[in-house]
Design a protein around this ligand. Structure first.
Ligand code: 13P
Ligand code: ZN
Length: 274
């Protein structure tokens, strides 16, 4: 794996970016034990000759077909791997997969076949692949998906009042102007569903069709973006909103929030940039 990556400077950069972000997730207290996972669509930067012969690597069946992801390559973190270890040794804790031509299976690619014996991609692979497929279908440029257990956002979902997309966005956008500027599509609320399932994948995809981030009740977030850093920044900015909300509550008052005119003006401002 190390050698494959050393042959391709763009791929090496992605791997190092993922390692840097994994460190931030850990430092933010969002990544207890193996919490969280990351995937990056690396198809555009794979030149092909790195992977001429994949015959020695194992193939695993998927539970459904991801036909729009046919023959595409992804860099994905492994199940059970710790963000703090991904930060130190990304190549040992994440792997490249290639989806088969029919979209029904994937090949696990590593430097040595033996590296693949114990290694399996994240248990949230159905959600990651489902989102990458949705992005391929609509033809937008997001390449990166980060799932993390952002404490402040998870805490908000324990308040029954916030268990809907409209209320939660009004609170989050209202806490500071950057929230509207940099996360203009806001968060989509996903009611509690068993993690790792096709059901939670489907519910997440529905929300990410219209939002930058899906917020899983009592669990964490799934964010999408064009780069590893942009994707992390969206979570960081919206998480800051939740922190401000709780700081005000801890100080004994309910935050006033930006008013509708102020939010409207920010929306207009963004239109001029896009
Ligand atoms: P994995 O270790 O399988 O990536 O799972 C972590 C997680 O956060 C599940 O939701
Ligand atoms: Zn999780």
């Amino acid at each position: 794996m190390k050698e494959i990556i050393k042959q391709n400077a763009d791929l090496e950069k992605i791997v190092l970016d993922v390692a840097e972000i994994a460190q931030y997730l850990w430092q933010n207290g969002w990544a207890e034990r193996n919490a969280g996972n990351i995937s990056v669509n690396i198809n555009d930067i794979i030149r092909g000759h790195e992977f001429n012969d994949l015959s020695e690597f194992p193939i695993f069946q998927l539970n459904k077909s991801y036909i729009e992801l046919s023959s595409k390559y992804f860099f994905v973190t492994g199940t059970g791997k710790r963000m703090r270890d991904i930060a130190k040794s990304p190549m040992k804790n994440a792997i490249i997969i290639r989806i088969s031509e029919d979209g029904n299976s994937y090949t696990l690619i590593s430097r040595y076949k033996s590296d693949t014996y114990e290694f399996r991609p994240t248990s949230e692979l159905p959600t990651h692949l489902g989102i990458h497929q949705m992005i391929a279908q609509r033809g937008t440029n997001e390449k990166v998906i980060i799932h993390t257990h952002a404490n402040e956002l998870v805490a908000l979902t324990h308040n029954p009042e916030f268990k809907n997309t409209d209320t939660i966005n009004t609170v989050l956008w209202g806490m500071h102007p950057e929230a509207m500027v940099f996360v203009p599509k806001g968060v989509g609320f996903v009611p509690y569903i068993m993690p790792g399932t096709e059901e939670i994948a489907q519910a997440t995809i529905i929300e990410l069709k219209h939002h930058d981030i899906a917020l899983w009740e009592k669990h964490g977030v799934f964010a999408i973006g064009e780069t590893v850093f942009d994707t992390f920044d969206s979570i960081d900015i919206i998480s800051k909103s939740a922190k401000i909300y709780f700081m005000c509550k801890s100080a004994g008052f309910t935050p006033e929030g930006l008013d509708s005119k102020q939010l409207y003006d920010l929306k207009e401002l963004i239109k001029n940039f896009s």
